[in-house]
Design a protein around this ligand. Structure first.
Ligand SMILES: *Cc1c(COP(=O)(O)O)cnc(C)c1O
Length: 390
């Protein structure tokens, strides 16, 4: 079935997997030349942090995404944290969010001084807006909201906007996984005050290191973010706030502009093609795509950051071992709920209800490869391996 041998890993053992979740070697073969040229230009320019190339990248990103402002920061974590602070979060303010996400979503809230309030998800893994409404009614006075477009599945913007207006919420949308996702042609992140995103290498728009950004149509908010990311400096040697060192490097901005952003539409198109190819020939009732529920949302076009499927809890390990035996790497997003993490035990938070839907996804979800450098043969090999999982 697999015609090429398994690649060898750095210590010359046989690599355990062949079809990877992210194939950075293939990506480099495609992007390396553009990347090296970008690095060379930055080196020659003599300006390495928050300069002309960061400004140009911010411009390109905001126009790609349809915002009037973008501000680069050092990571996705920082984007959420700085976004909350720029939005006026004070120590002790409660922040409604999801228990099923990268830990960074909640870490940003806690680091900004907020108290996370977790409410349950729906069957696709995104925060359940009916549960969110019930939580906001049961716990009056919550002003801040950090929803996540998990897996690159867009949360319907109309429903999100209604909830924001109904409860006068200040909303920072976590779009770390949803660059390129649209609903009726509209990108995610525009229902609230700002979109926070990440350029971590595995993300759909990945740098050669860390990076992140906030996007908004509110120019005062954007100015506050630019001040906070640079020690809270509003003018040279004038520190009007206690800020961060969360600046974006010229090298990362140049690489994102020259090698990543020009390929993003093609990459997103390829991810969608792979998702369609998998869903069209889905072979198994023993493992079901979480994205199956999406076709009932008209106009919903995920960017397929991940392709999550659910088995049942007892068979999750077997399923992952089965895939690995067929040379296929798989992942878990995410195996434990954030409020159950050890780090949360010493910190204050609240849960609205037992979080049953999120907990059942955490126990049963497995992510299969969907990166844009997969060949059709590899996609079919993944589907075949799932077909013979009994
Ligand atoms: C990756 C990720 C983050 C954090 O981004 P970093 O750049 O790694 O700090 C936050 N939220 C979600 C949903 C993510 O996937």
């Amino acid at each position: 079935m697999l015609s090429r041998p398994f690649p060898r890993c750095h210590n010359n053992c046989l690599a355990e997997t062949y079809i990877l979740l992210n194939d950075f070697r293939r990506q480099w073969a495609d992007t390396g030349e553009d990347t090296l040229r970008a690095v060379e230009e930055v080196g020659r320019s003599g300006w390495y942090v928050l300069g002309e190339r960061v400004r140009r990248f911010e411009d390109a990103l905001r126009s790609y995404w349809g915002f009037s402002e973008a501000a680069g920061v050092a990571s996705g974590l920082d984007a959420i944290e700085i976004g909350l602070r720029a939005a006026g979060l004070q120590s002790g303010d409660r922040v409604l969010t999801t228990p099923l996400s990268a830990f960074a979503t909640t870490l940003a809230i806690v680091r900004a001084g907020g108290i996370p309030v977790f409410c349950d998800t729906d069957a696709t893994g995104r925060i359940d807006l009916n549960e969110a409404r019930a939580a906001l009614q049961a716990m009056p006075g919550i002003r801040f909201f950090v929803p996540v477009h998990l897996y690159g599945f867009p949360i319907p913007a109309g429903d999100l906007g209604s909830l924001i207006r109904e409860f006068s919420l200040v909303c920072i949308e976590d779009c770390a996984q949803s660059i390129g996702a649209t609903e009726n042609g509209r990108p995610t992140g525009q229902a609230g005050l700002a979109a926070a995103t990440s350029f971590y290498p595995t993300k759909n728009l990945g740098a050669l290191g860390d990076g992140g950004a906030l996007l908004t149509n509110d120019s005062a908010f954007a100015e506050s973010v630019r001040c906070l990311r640079d020690y809270g400096q509003s003018a040279k040697y004038v520190h009007s706030q206690l800020g961060w060192n969360s600046r974006l490097d010229e090298v990362q901005a140049a690489i994102l502009s020259a090698a990543a952003l020009p390929r993003l539409a093609r990459w997103t198109g390829r991810r969608r093609e792979i998702a369609r190819r998998c869903l069209a020939q889905w072979p198994s009732a023993a493992a079901v795509p979480l994205g199956n529920a999406l076709p009932s949302e008209p106009g919903c076009e995920p960017c397929w950051h991940l392709f999550p499927v659910r088995t049942n809890t007892e068979r999750k390990r077997d399923f992952m071992h089965h895939l690995r035996a067929h040379g296929i790497q798989s992942g878990e997003h995410y195996p434990a709920l954030i409020p159950d993490q050890p780090a949360m035990q010493g910190s204050s938070f609240a849960c609205f209800g037992p979080l049953e839907a999120a907990r059942s996804i955490a126990g049963a979800e497995v992510s299969i490869p969907i990166h844009p450098y997969l060949t059709d043969e590899e996609v079919d090999a993944v589907v075949h391996a799932i077909r013979i999982f009994v």
